[in-house]
Each structure stands twice: as C-alpha cells, then as structure tokens.
Design a protein around this ligand. Sequence first.
Ligand code: ZN
Length: 333
Amino acid sequence: MVKMASEKLSLVVLKGWSDLKDKTLIEKCMEWGILKRDVMCLACAPDKCKMTLRKDSNEIDGYRWRCNNVRSKRKQKRKRCTYSKSLRTGTFFEKSKLPMWKILGFVQLWTKNVAADVISEELDISKHTVVDWGSFCREVTFDAIMNRRTKIGGPGQKVQIDVCKFGQRKYNRGRVVEGQWVFGGVDEASGEVFMTIMENRTSETLIPMIKKFIKPGTTIVSDFFKVSGCLKEEDFEHLKVSHKIDFVDTNSGANTSKIEALWSAVRSSLPRYNRKKSFAGHLSKYLFLKSCKLRKVNCLMEFCKEAGDLYNGCNNKETTTDEFEEIDDFDMI
Ligand SMILES: [Zn+2]
C-alpha cells in the first residue's frame, strides 16, 4: 500500500520534476511502481544482466535502457552487448508519445473526476486523447478491482450482499441498453466493498462469485426474498457447508441499508448513457477511488502501483482488454 504523500502532486509539481536535468520524475515513477527499477537484457538472456539507464537525447524521456555487458566466449573476441530499449517499453506509458508528466497529470485529474473538457484544456491535449486515456486508466482500475482484489469479511464479520440491475435506459441513439446485473457486497464494520458484473442471476453464476469475493466464516446479510431469486434453498445449504458461510435474513431484524446506499452512490456516479462495454470500467473506477479514500492512500500513487502490476506482468492472468473497445463518450471519462 502506498502511504499518503505529504507532497502535493499538482501538474506544476509533476512538470517541474520532468524539467529537472536529473531523472527526478523517472525516479518517482520507479518509487511508485509504474516503471520498473530493474530491467534485464533480453539479448544476454538467459544470463541475468541488468541494463542501465543512459542519457539519450533522441528519447522523449531523455533516457534509454542500455546493456553494456561484455561477453567473451572461448576463442572469440570480447564483444560488448549493444542491446537497448525504450524506457516505456512494456509499461503504461508505451501507448503514448505524450510527455510523462502529462500522462501522470492526466491520471491525477482523472482520479479527481475532473471534467474531460477541462483536462483537455489544462493539458493541451485533444479530446480524442482524453477519451483514449480515460479508457487506458479504466483498464488499470478494472484489473485492480475486478481481477486482483482480495476477499472481504471473515469469521465474525457481517457482509451485506445484494444483486442489482443497472443500465435499463433508452439509449440516446434509439438503441436500448441491455440491463447489466451487478453483484455487490459491503463489510459492515470496515466499509470495504466489492462489486462484480454478472452475466445472469443463476446459482451457477452467483455461487462462484460469493466464494471469490467473500471469505469463509463470514455472516452474510441479505434480503432473502431478492437473493433467493438467484439462490435456491439448497444452494444456501451448499454454501454453508462448502464455504462455511452463515446467512441472515433481513426478516430477522438485520438490515441491508449499507448495500442499498452503495447502489445509489454508484448509480449517481456512473455515466447516464453507458454502454455495456464500458460499464465495468466505470464501475471499477468508482470502486478504485472509493477504496483509496477508505484506505487514505494517494490515488495517483496507488494508481501507479496498480498500473505497474498490470503492465509488469506481476500477475499471470488472462488479458481483459476485450472489455475495453473504443468508447466515444466524451461526457464521462
Ligand atoms: Zn545485453
């Protein structure tokens, strides 16, 4: 977890770091995890040979990874390895020719929900670029929230769960947006939340979700009448045995006010006309920001850590980019 920084990461500060003759901004990026500190030479592999950052005026960031390893094989002349690669290769920055401070500045404004036209103006970048970067950022939060999140609850903890349908609106171009089922939960004590998209509301879908997002030993509080629309009585029994979960019905005096409050907060934060493709991304952004607030961590620094994890391949998972087809909604990034 990245601790809240005392330094204010304004655009002026970020730009200032990039203007300095030394590699202050690059160092910050390494510290935050969005750039790797150790990069190995592919040409020298399988030998583990660390490359070094060398000044390079042809590079947008002023530096390039270079290998200087001297290889000597028997009866051969000593050879110096000339392999080099861009600082941006295989990182969140690879997709762009924008200066690094502008990309970080974008993330900074994006995490503060600054309007797209303001970002476009402040950073002097096109609206098309703003839309693209909104999508790239949602890829990062989607991976962090939907693919790699930790379970909530635990023995003695109560988690309120519910299923809810989003997006039953007429689309402004005359198409009807299909509703999107979302399964969510809130830990009553810690306020931690999870939400995930569901293809449908069947037991076959819901049971694995409960196991994925909720720790064994948790007491689940739900509106039985609603959730039992998806889970039959034997499914509750199955979960009790297989996942050691207890269920409390709202009829027994428990209430689900926290999860209901969460639904309305999510509803008001999502774009009015969202496409099914981008819905998960917008939802993940909301949950990412909420999680940073709850843990009192700096959103930009936390984002950098997550982007580093996604791009540096720390997690061996299937790619999720299919979720993120071209989006042209400029109103909500
Ligand atoms: Zn090498």
